[in-house]
Design a protein around this ligand. Sequence first.
Ligand code: ADP
Length: 326
Amino acid sequence: MSQYFMGVDLGSTTAKTVILDGGGSVVAARIVQMGAVSREGLRRSVEGALEAAGLSMPDIAYTIGTGYGRRLVPGVGRTFTEITCHARGVSAICPGVRLVIDIGGQDSKVIAVDDRGLVDDFAMNDRCASGTGRFYEVLARALECEMSQIGDLAMKGTRDLEVSSLCATFAETEIISLLAEGASREDIAASVHRAVAHRVLGLVALVGVREPIVMTGGVANNRAAVHFLAKALDRPLQVPPDPQITGALGAALLALDTTGARATQGDLSMLEKVEREVESAFVPANRFMPTCATCSGDLDDEKNGSLRGMPIRSSGRASLGLTKPG
Ligand code: ADP
């Protein structure tokens, strides 16, 4: 009988696949960059991981799909939300984690995790580029810098410039104006990182700070994004060795949990209950999308620690009344 388990995270900009053996050890992982969510990116990620592991699809006992495009993953046993998968994956790598800040290509999530690795609460922004990888990409383009070097550039900045626009649409113009005024690329990069970190704080405030805090997602590869966010939080941030694959890892672990003998029936029932609550918290908020604050001119209006009108797609706060273990 095949003893391998697969997790596939089809995000907005990258496809990630993780394969585990029956003991839960990672045998292969593959990250593929996409232009947009694509079946081709998905195929390359799955095939790349299988090839690296020396396996083929019939060797995989069970596959779980997650992420923005999770329903496109072929041959999935079932899907889980990325919120549940990130909580599971990060808890395995960083036991004891209480807060996950995941910043991907086009969204950011803050997930409170309980001591069983289950979601306790979450907030998510997936409509505004501010506080997502896309915003840093705008910065890199305006400064004519590779994405992989933008963090190093920002770490060299010494002056705190005022950056007023955190809308990706307007930021490029503002960065160009700062360059025209003679500001250094390093100071601009640092100031934008600092400002974006303060925006992410708004999302954290919706859930509340809990420690230890772990940062994941592709943006966690940017050391300046981690540095300025830790400074804004005034708390240490842990970053796992491969922060981009934690959702896929969580999906693969859930494939193992739900099919193997590792979890009790009680654990699985609780997991299903939490997943249903997380999933239902996604849907209503989707229908009541707030207006973008930037576009309505309310950018600086912050209330209750959140960004007024910032398009938070989902805040699980109201609906996740989970029983905490005694
Ligand atoms: P998603 O799951 O939404 O597709 P990811 O978690 O894969 O997103 O993150 C993608 C983002 O991470 C992109 O915006 C990309 O620019 C950024 N990123 C990836 N690697 C690096 C790196 N080495 N330095 C800076 N940013 C990075």
